[in-house]
Design a protein around this ligand. Structure first.
Ligand SMILES: [Zn+2]
Length: 340
């Protein structure tokens, strides 16, 4: 651990016993459109929460400089001294090497390749830093503090510009060999289907139900009679709203979205038999318009008791990225302590 530029003059990394839990964790979330930072305690409370645009397309050094500055402001906004912020957790989309703390080549961050993220963060912020896939981190947060609290087996799916996933099995976060397990957005629902921009294969769940894909499918199918034809830019929220209003084209696209989601979720619950499936991300703002039919289809299609999984919306809202980025750090520390 290096101690330079640790944010404020009060930064004095007080030595902690090796099995002590972090007193506070600075959670950082690197999204394709937004950067977020917040100080989070063991109970999952975000004492601060700051967000700014990523400004994607600029060089990684510039964006990371802004991320760390946002982190320093988040510590100031939380009203805690830097000396009690014992660790930094970073959530980011994969592919990544969580053990080494290296971002390999995330498709949502153009031009980022083999970035030694935790090494840079430790140098800049002066405390241990840890990296996790953002959806895996979010699964940890929803499991420990959100809609999946108390469940032993849980699946988390975030449906926004892309589709990410995270899995908790037997009460433990499932991470895979290098931290890339649980990419549930790339479960195939039609092996000759639409091209998936993130992974390059065809027919991924993401290629149908991400916000981007819902809007794309509506634009491709557009007819002059649809209320959506008047819009300059069509979003997934426009499609769900127009479907609610009875627009024929939007209703068809929305129905297809629900079928695609239920198809993917059926495979997922058959695979993991979770007690609860937590759905987060912007597309789930449609609420029961999405949940009710998907619950019914999954219950009907899944094999036996797997179809009993409760399907609920996420509990942590916009803060899930930051709480998740801290939550997995606490989770690792707790596992380490229990191993002793
Ligand atoms: Zn894919």
């Amino acid at each position: 651990m290096t101690g330079t530029r640790s944010g404020t003059s009060s930064a004095s990394c007080l030595p902690q016993p090796p099995d002590a839990l972090p007193r506070y964790v600075l959670g950082l979330d690197i999204g394709g459109t937004k950067l977020a930072a917040g100080v989070v305690d063991l109970a999952g409370t975000a004492l601060s929460f700051l967000v700014q645009p990523t400004g994607n397309g600029r060089d990684p050094d510039t964006i990371l400089g802004e991320l760390f500055a946002l982190g320093r402001r988040a510590v100031a906004a939380a009203g805690v001294d830097w000396s009690v912020v014992d660790a930094v957790g970073i959530g980011c989309g994969g592919p990544l090497d969580a053990e080494r703390g290296v971002l390999l080549a995330p498709p949502h961050l153009a031009g980022w390749r083999d970035i030694p993220l935790t090494e840079i963060a430790e140098r800049e912020l002066g405390r241990p830093a840890f990296l996790e896939n953002d959806a895996t981190a979010a699964a940890s947060a929803e499991h420990r503090h959100g809609a999946g609290a108390g469940a032993r087996d849980l699946v988390y799916l975030t449906i926004s510009t892309g589709v990410g996933g995270g899995v908790v099995m037997n009460g433990q976060l499932y991470r895979g060999a290098m931290g890339n397990g649980g990419e549930l957005g790339h479960v195939t629902i039609d092996w000759k289907g639409r091209l998936c921009r993130s992974c390059g294969r065809r027919g991924c769940l993401e290629a149908y139900v991400s916000g981007t894909s819902i809007a794309e499918r509506a634009v491709e199918a557009m007819t002059a009679g649809s209320s959506l034809a008047k819009k300059e830019v069509v979003t997934a929220a426009d499609v769900s709203a127009a479907a609610r209003d009875g627009d024929t084209l939007a209703s068809r696209i929305w129905a297809e979205t629900l079928e695609a989601l239920a198809c993917g979720l059926t495979s997922i619950v058959n695979l993991f038999e979770p007690e609860v499936v937590v759905l987060g991300g912007g597309v789930t703002r449609a609420g029961e318009q999405l949940l009710h039919p998907v619950r019914e289809m999954v219950a009907r299609q899944a094999m036996g008791p797997a179809g009993h999984a409760r399907i609920v919306t996420a509990g942590l809202g916009d803060r899930v990225g930051v709480v998740g980025a801290a939550s997995f750090v606490y989770e690792r520390a707790l596992a380490r302590r229990d191993d002793r």
